[in-house]
Design a protein around this ligand. Sequence first.
Ligand code: NDP
Ligand code: 2IT
Length: 444
Amino acid sequence: MSYVDEVLELAIAKNPAQPEFHQAVKEVLESLRVVIEANEEKYRKEALLERMVTPERQILFRVPWVDDKGQVQVNNGFRVQFNSAIGPYKGGLRLHPSVNLGIIKFLGFEQVFKNSLTGLPIGGGKGGSDFDPKGKSDREVMAFCQSFMTELYRHIGADTDVPAGDIGTGAREIGYLFGQYKKIRNQYEGVLTGKGLTYGGSLARTEATGYGLLYLTEEMLKSNGQDIKDKVCAVSGAGNVAIYAIQKAQQLGAKPVTCSDSTGWIYDPEGIDVDLLKEIKEVKRARLTEYAAQRPSAQYHEGKGVWSVKCDVALPCATQNELTLDDAKMLVENGCIAVCEGANMPTTLEATEYLQQHKVFFVPGKASNAGGVATSALEMSQNSERLSWTFEEVDAKLKGIMVNIYHNIDDAAKKYGLDGNYVAGANIAGFLKVAEAMEAQGIV
Ligand code: NDP
Ligand code: 2IT
C-alpha cells in the first residue's frame, strides 16, 4: 500500500467518529500524492505524515458558568495545538452548539497549511466550545468567557499560542477573554488577536478575511483573463467574513446579490445593502427577516438556497459542507465560473471534484480565507513592537499577502503538472514549508 493510503487509513482508524477531520485529512493527503511519492521512503522513515495528522497537544476542559436565572451551566472547552513547526500555534475559537473535537481538529489541521501559506511565522491551532452565544445576555457571555479563560490561560501566551475569533467569537467575546487573561496573569500581552482598537487590536483585522477573499479572487480572475468588475456574486453567511466580502466585492465593482444565516437567505437583485446588513447583524444581532422587512428589493426565503441563484462567482462564507454536489450542479448549470471559499471547508469533496471537472476555478479556503489569520499575525507584530499601523498600511500588506498566496499556489500546481488545480497547489505549497521546518527540528 502506498504511504499516503497507509496514513489515510491510520488517521481514520485512530480518530473514529470525526468525519470532518477525516474529510480534511483526505483532501490534503490525496493532493500531496505527487510530492510524497517522489520521496516516499524518506517520509515514511521519518513518519512525517503520521506526525502531521497527529496534533502536538489536545486540551479538553469543563467550562462551568452561571446563567441569568442562577442556574449552573456546563459546556465543553477545546484547544487543539496542532503544529508549531513554523511559529506559535495560531487560530480561532469557535463558539457554536455543533462544536466537538472532530470539528476543532479539522479546523486546526487546515490552519497549519493556511498559516504556512501566509508566509508569516505562525503555527496552527484551533479551539472553541459548544456554548451558543445566540440569545444569551452580555453578562452570560462574559461569565462563559471568563470561565473558559480561567482554564485556557495556562496553555496560551503571546509566544506560545495566540487564539482569535471564528464563528460565534467576535469583538465582544475577545474583549471578555482578554480581560480575564490579563487579570489572571497580570500581564498585558498580545495573547489574542481581533482585539478592540483601544486595547491592542489592529486596524483592518475586522475586515481582513472578507477583504482578503476578494483580493485573491480578483487576482485569480485577472490571471485567467477575467475581470471581477460587474461579476454577479452569490455569497452565503451574514457574519464577519460574509459582510466584508460583500463590502469589498462592491468596492471592486462586482454585484453581490445574496447572503444567508442559519434560518434563511436573502436574494436582493439590486445588490446587498451592506450598511443595512451590518446594522442588523453587528449592532442588533437580529435575523435576516429584518433585512427583508426594511429593503423593498429583497426577497427572504426560509432554509438553504443561495446556490440556486444565477451568479458568476460563488463565495461560501458560512460554515463547513454548506455547498454540496447538488449545489455544485446548479452553479455549473447557471454558468458560474469561480468558487472561492471564505469559510473553512464549505464545499464537500464531491462538490469540489464536480466543479473542477467542469472547469470552474476553485480556490480552497486555506488559501482564499487566509487574510484573516495573516492580519492577525500583523496584529501580533504590532503588539510586539508596541506600535500600531494605519488602516492603509495594514490593508496594503494584506493585499500583497493575498496576491502572493495566489501566485504561490498557482506556481506549485504548475510545478507538479497540475495546472489550475488550486486545491493541490495550496496543499503542496503549505505542506512543503511545514515539512522542511519539521525535518530541520528533529523528532519532537
Ligand atoms: P460568524 O459567526 O460571524 O458568521 C457565521 C455566519 O454563518 C452567520 O451568518 C451564521 O448564521 C451562518 N451560518 C449558517 N449556518 C451555520 C452553521 N450551521 N453553523 C455556523 N454558522 C452558520 O462567523 P465568521 O464569519 O467569522 O466565520 C464564517 C466562516 O469563515 C467559518 O467557516 C470560519 O471558520 C471561517 N473563517 C473565519 C475567519 C475570521 O477571521 N472570522 C477567518 C477564516 C475563516 P447564524 O448567525 O444564524 O448562526
Ligand atoms: O479560520 C481562521 O483562519 C480564523 N478563524 C482566524 C484565525 C486567526 O488567528 O485570526
